[in-house]
Design a protein around this ligand. Structure first.
Ligand code: AMO
Length: 434
């Protein structure tokens, strides 16, 4: 049995006279003597419950008007069109039940009238998410996932799960969380990279995975976490250019889906979401260096990773999503395919939002000997990768793919200040609870 018949957001003045049952939290109470208001909040909005002594009876009126804020309430009543009420209607209740009272004082103010430090909010996250604008971001994140899954299905991509407890590093050996795994050494996986590539060798042809990645980085920034959700794609018989097209369509599609399906949440956030237009600009690494040197006087050498300053400069001057392509082979991982005729440059790319990197990807090395060579060049030991390399000895299709950070996608889409605003229970250098 579901206790409520409607969410607040589903009710409007045209439903005048209808009997409804609402359930949610006591957002606010206002007492004007003979008449009192209870504002009920659920995940779709607010509803004004007008408490009238005559309708409720003396005792029920008395207890309803003294409900503590944020208590869980159930209201049975009639919808009445009321032009003076905030949403053009009020509910005249015949019954107001407190299903579970909230203690006082509250750890923070869910009505968003009082500002609150991020740490206080995260410490009492269950209460913080009751704030409509905080909840809105997570509802939108769920819509983004729905859009991505739909997009992958339309493109005949198979959803997979790969292990998060692994024996080897993916991205180069550092930044791993060790865990105890019986008598063996094990780690939390940094990326499904090796597994999604092995699945190309398995003939799965097109796979995607949405799952956690773990990075033991000491970063303390607004865009790094130690546990993040990555959306990973791998496609056989595709090159870097093909998977970049898939990526820009996936991103623009997610924006479109949110713009069409999350109107209430966007309104709560005060956002007029602009769907990015396709295709995104493609800029090579060399062009980016040139632009930064000409216009901002940056002194980077070919082969340096782009620093935050340069990224910021490029983001500001381009002002929309763009791809950075043709990176030096020396700064991209061993699995990135170098160009045949100028191997110092590789088929790796990053998808950038003006504020930060959202994704990286590449066409991969699929030749066994070349892959072993690249692993050695990076100072790694091929023996540690035997389980992965094996898949390259018996016919590995050429393939390409990418990894897209879910929280960064949501954070930039909604213009959130901190990645922690896009993660329900974030894990960073200092935070392990809740
Ligand atoms: P990369 O390491 O660039 O590539 O990660 C892909 C994307 O994942 C997100 N991300 C993070 N988000 C928050 N905090 C972090 N610490 C963090 N680390 C990564 C970013 C980033 O762009 N194997 C490759 C992908 C591939 O080539 O397919 C990889 O993991 O949005």
């Amino acid at each position: 049995m579901i206790l409520r018949t409607h969410y607040s957001g589903d009710i409007n003045a045209e439903m005048d006279g209808k009997e409804v049952t609402l359930a949610g939290f006591a957002h606010e109470t206002r007492d004007l003597g003979g008449i009192a208001f209870l504002v009920l909040r659920d995940r779709k909005g607010l509803a004004q419950i007008t408490l009238v002594k005559k309708l409720l009876g003396k005792e029920a009126f008395k207890s309803a008007r003294s409900i503590s804020r944020e208590s869980v309430v159930l209201v049975k009543g009639t919808v009445k069109a009321e032009p003076k009420a905030p949403r053009g209607f009020e509910i005249l209740p015949g019954e107001v039940q407190v299903l579970n009272p909230a203690q006082v004082p509250l750890p923070l103010d869910p009505t968003e009238k009082v500002e609150c430090e991020l740490d206080t909010r995260l410490d009492a996250r269950f209460m913080d998410i009751r704030r409509p604008s905080v909840l809105a971001a997570f509802e939108i994140e769920s819509a983004v996932l729905e859009s991505l899954r739909g997009f992958f299905r339309e493109n005949a991509v198979t959803e997979v799960f790969t292990p998060k407890i692994v024996a080897a590093a993916t991205e180069g050996g550092t930044d791993l969380f060790p865990i105890s795994y019986f008598e063996k050494e094990a780690f939390l996986n940094q990326s499904p990279q090796l597994y999604k590539q092995m699945l190309m060798g398995a003939g799965m042809d097109r796979v995607f995975e949405i799952g956690p990645i773990f990075r033991a980085e000491e970063h303390d920034t607004r865009r790094h976490l130690n546990e993040a959700v990555s959306i990973d794609l791998e496609v056989s018989f595709a090159d870097d250019k093909a998977v970049m097209e898939i990526l820009e369509q996936a991103v623009a599609g997610a924006y479109r889906h949110v713009a069409e399906n999350c109107r209430y949440q966007l309104e709560v956030l005060g956002l007029d979401l602009k769907v990015p237009s396709l295709p995104f600009r493609r800029i090579t690494y060399s062009e980016a260096l040139g632009l930064a040197a000409d216009k901002a006087g940056a002194k980077m050498q070919w082969g340096d990773d782009l620093d935050t300053e340069t990224e910021r400069f490029l983001g500001q001057s381009i002002g929309e999503h763009y791809f950075l392509t043709d990176w030096p082979s020396s700064i991209k991982p061993y699995y990135t395919l170098p160009y045949e005729d100028h191997p110092e440059v590789c088929r790796g790319f990053d998808l950038m939002h003006p504020r930060m990197e959202l994704a990286s990807g590449a066409q991969r090395v699929h030749d066994y000997e070349q892959l072993v060579g690249r692993i050695k060049e990076k100072g790694l030991d091929p023996d540690g990768f035997e389980f992965y390399l094996k898949a390259f000895r018996y016919g590995m299709p050429p393939h390409a793919g990418w990894g897209l950070g879910l929280s960064r996608l949501v954070m930039t889409m909604l213009n959130l200040e901190n990645i922690r605003d896009a993660v329900i229970f974030p894990r960073d250098r200092k935070r392990l609870v809740p």
